[in-house]
Design a protein around this ligand. Structure first.
Ligand code: CA
Ligand code: CA
Ligand code: CA
Ligand code: CA
Length: 183
């Protein structure tokens, strides 16, 4: 290959990167979406519409974050927050791209979620935990818009019915459930 052809090939590649996905959209484009100068993100397109973003946030060449899009909007996300090669965080998004639910494998590290946070308009209103790791939440804490605890609900016998409700003391509560007495 002559140097001219090599140079023009590079130029075409640069043009594709700069203009995608306006014409002849490539399958994927590397992007620096967090603005740190490193192209950690691979953006996948289909029919000129974004389908997926895959990121390598710790620069170890293994992808560790994904966002799936539908009709141009984020729909679901997955992350490997501790970079051990296993997904540990799952996200759902609303029509405006704000998360509505974040599920995390936070306590047992078995690849299944055991901690959930629910949001409406970007505000957390509900947190849930699966204390016996059967896949079902058995402890909930409900919060108001100012992150004040409204109440905690416990399913201590893990039958799916929350039989115990604990209201916070009138003044000053962290809203954090106490795990010290849990199995
Ligand atoms: Ca990585
Ligand atoms: Ca992980
Ligand atoms: Ca459970
Ligand atoms: Ca119960």
């Amino acid at each position: 290959m002559t140097s001219f052809r090599r140079a023009s090939g590079l130029l075409i590649f640069a043009l594709l990167l700069a203009s995608a996905p306006a014409f002849a959209a490539p399958k994927s484009v590397d992007r620096d979406l967090d603005g740190d100068g490193r192209k950690e993100s691979k953006v996948f397109y289909e029919k000129n519409q974004i389908q997926k973003i895959q990121m390598d946030r710790n620069a170890d060449k293994n992808p560790d974050a994904w966002v799936l899009f539908k009709d141009g909007n984020p729909l679901k996300g997955e992350r490997d927050l501790n970079f051990d090669g296993r997904v540990d965080t799952w996200m759902d998004y609303d029509a405006n791209g704000r998360p509505t639910r974040v599920a995390r494998d936070r306590r047992r590290k078995d690849g299944k979620p055991d901690t959930w946070v629910y949001m409406k308009n970007g505000q957390i209103y509900l947190r849930e935990w699966d204390r016996n790791f059967d896949g079902k939440a058995d402890l909930r804490s409900l919060e108001d818009d100012a992150h004040h605890l409204l109440e905690k609900q416990y399913d201590d016998d893990f039958d799916g019915r929350f039989e115990r409700t604990v209201k916070p003391p009138p003044h000053g509560s962290s809203g954090r459930p106490d795990f010290s007495t849990t199995p």
